[in-house]
Design a protein around this ligand. Structure first.
Ligand code: CP3
Length: 323
């Protein structure tokens, strides 16, 4: 997750050249370069498309801006009227550049390296659309959902349709699998989690597989805690991406050993490095052995992470795995 980013000097250079973050996302030549940079430097087994989850609100007609070091700024949707002002369908014309990036990356990527596409889950994307920015507890969206469930449901419906058609187009353009990021799944009580996370993702998956029968889909319900079990039972993903707080023992006790998982190194231990990093890597490889497993972080690489620590992590993983 967040392979490309501010911890890489070559990314910072590209970002400066583009000037604007969305310009980087929407210029195929530059976005393909950002996608490939971490593969060239580290030889990861999979690349993730360089883009952002907020291209979907943008292609639905909402204004979205990235101010340097301030995160995203959107024109907040505060009521039902705001929802009706969005486009009825995702404007794929706006997203053509992204599909072209995928085609370019596929051409340049070694055949053994998989390419991942992605979108944000409706709930997570809605939290930004409603608040107009990142918020610590996603209060604006939660309040909207409680005060006007129908209005909020209209927004989620739009995002279900948009996300499904966006993922289908990414798969058609050549990605090998897609990941659905539900970064803010962890703030909802069980019933709301079911309504705003599980059900919408179930519907997206059904729609995607209706058009691309064998679509490979990874789910990331970050911070779901014990409601993770509802997600595993209810959402037919091919693999579950685990955040760094998920206890492997809990997983072994409650989730069948044939369910593939990926994760879940704490991004902060990658930043910290040293003996703690080695210990964490080894503990994860040991704890998840015996089931289909993809070693990964539990969330994105933090901007201050030293490159040497990423190298240390990879050396450790490869030593343990005998590669
Ligand atoms: O890993 C990759 O290189 C793939 C590209 C990718 C980005 N964003 C690039 C990015 C992916 C998969 C995302 C997903 C994303 N974007 C999520 C879900 C996963 C997660 O990280 O939780 C979310 C919630 C967003 C929304 C978003 N984009 C925020 C809140 C921010 C600002 C936060 C920050 O780190 O500054 C972004 C910006 C962003 N997206 C950057 C990158 C490389 C940093 C932008 C920059 O260069 O200034």
């Amino acid at each position: 997750m967040r392979q490309a980013g501010r911890y890489l000097p070559e990314y910072r250079k590209l970002r400066e050249k583009a000037g604007d973050f969305f310009k980087l996302c929407f210029t195929p030549e530059l976005a393909a370069e950002a996608t490939l940079q971490p593969i060239r430097r580290f030889g990861f087994d999979a690349a993730i498309l360089f883009s952002d989850i907020l291209v979907v609100p943008y292609a639905l007609g909402q204004s979205v801006q990235f101010t340097l070091n301030e995160g995203p700024q959107l024109d907040a949707i505060t009521d039902r009227r705001g929802v009706t002002q969005l486009k009825t369908e995702l404007d794929h014309g706006v997203l053509t550049a992204i599909y072209e990036t995928i085609e370019r990356v596929k051409e340049d990527l070694p055949p053994a390296v998989s390419l991942l596409g992605f979108c944000g889950a409706p709930w997570t994307v809605a939290t930004y659309m409603v608040a107009g920015s990142g918020t610590s507890e996603q209060e604006p969206a939660r309040r909207f959902a409680y005060q006007d469930p129908q209005g909020f449901s209209d927004l989620i419906e739009k995002l279900i349709e948009a996300s499904a058609s966006y993922l289908v187009r990414q798969l058609e353009a050549g990605v090998d699998a897609v990941q659905i990021f539900d970064t803010w799944a962890g703030v909802l009580p069980a019933e709301e989690f079911h309504r705003w996370c599980i059900e919408p993702i179930q519907r997206i998956i059904a729609k995607v597989r209706h058009q691309v029968a064998n679509a490979k889909i990874i789910g990331f319900p970050r911070g779901a805690g014990t409601t993770l079990l509802r997600y595993v039972e209810g959402v037919p993903v091919d693999a579950i991406s685990l955040d760094w707080t998920v206890d492997p023992v809990f997983l072994r006790e409650h989730v069948a050993m044939d369910v593939p998982v990926q994760g879940n190194l704490d991004p902060l231990v990658l930043l910290a490095g040293g003996a703690a990093l080695d210990r964490s890597v080894e503990a994860i490889l040991k704890a998840f052995s015996g089931r289909p497993f993809i070693f990964n972080l539990g969330h994105g690489v933090l901007p201050q992470t030293p490159i040497a620590h990423v190298e240390q992590m990879l050396a450790r993983v490869r030593a343990v795995e005998g590669r």
